[in-house]
Design a protein around this ligand. Structure first.
Ligand code: GUN
Length: 282
């Protein structure tokens, strides 16, 4: 069994981004800029945004976090995004999800300029990604694809089961894998027999948000298991969606939680923001 070290790979990517930022600054006088909108006081969202801002600082980006109270109106959020769309110092705009219930998330995401949509959530980018065109791709599934590349894991012809069908993880993940010529099954909460799908797969990718959802009798020997879940137990312990201790001995590769996919999400946000900065004015 080999661990896929997301922390190590993310650090490598951070260093590469930092170097490119220096070049961009000295040769083109461009400092990549990321704006994050954080609505309300969800502790998990606050923690993620803090990590994103810290990463931006470390690689030399300009970054701002625009915090708004839970009671904010949809129109006020839209006005803020439009201001950011028109701000030439800002290359990437990220609206931290989830948003409060009274806000129409789809509507908000559609206001973000697709050229600054470093989260890859705008329908323009989603459509381009599905058709295999150049686009911004959602950071978590993009990070998983980078892990496959780094560890020379071949995808073509593989049977891959994606557990979870969210717009920000499962659906883009499955589409990227189809584009990589894998045979993909997506399961979700209405799937009748989850184990019958996961146990046939060469690769199982889990982003369901359910601790211990995947147990050892649900994966085949030699499987590759990617755990996208990050769940905080009452004890404060962070765990994924996979029963790591039970499943890991059966795997050829597995990602740990923490230190697996999580750091890759932030690394890909930096990569996407840098990509946007490089195409400034084009
Ligand atoms: N909430 C959970 N994951 C993400 C993410 O990747 N981006 C944003 N904007 N919100 C999230």
């Amino acid at each position: 069994m080999q661990l896929i070290d997301g922390k190590k790979l993310a650090n490598k990517i951070h260093a590469k981004v930092a170097k490119e930022v220096e070049t961009l600054k000295s040769e083109k006088n461009i400092t990549p800029g990321l704006a994050v909108i954080l609505v309300g006081d969800n502790p998990a969202s606050q923690a993620y945004v803090k990590m994103k801002a810290k990463a931006c600082k470390e690689v030399g980006f300009y970054s701002i976090v625009h915090e708004m109270p839970e009671s904010i109106t949809q129109d006020e959020i839209i006005a803020t995004i439009e201001m950011m769309n028109n701000n030439p110092r800002i290359d990437g705009i990220l609206v931290q999800l989830p948003l409060p219930k009274h806000i129409d998330t789809t509507k908000i995401l559609e206001v973000v300029d697709p050229k600054k949509d470093v989260d890859g959530f705008h329908p323009y980018n989603v459509g381009r990604m599905v058709t295999g065109l150049d686009s911004f791709v959602a950071c978590t599934p993009l990070g998983v694809m980078e892990m496959f590349k780094e560890y020379n894991i071949e995808l073509q012809g593989k049977d891959i089961c994606v557990v979870g069908a969210s717009n920000i993880v499962g659906k883009p993940m499955a589409n990227l894998l189809v584009n990589a010529n894998a045979t993909v099954t997506t399961t979700h909460i209405y799937t009748k027999d989850l184990a019958s799908h996961t146990s046939k797969a060469d690769i199982v990718i889990v982003g369901a948000g359910v601790p211990n959802l995947i147990k050892k009798d649900m994966v085949k020997d030699g499987a590759i298991v990617i755990d996208i879940g990050i769940n905080k137990l009452d004890s404060g312990k962070l765990v994924g969606d996979v029963d790591f201790d039970g499943v890991a001995p059966k795997c050829s590769f597995i990602t740990p939680v923490p230190g697996g996919v999580g750091p890759m999400t932030i690394a890909m946000l930096l990569v996407n923001t840098l990509k946007s900065a490089k195409s400034r004015g084009l």
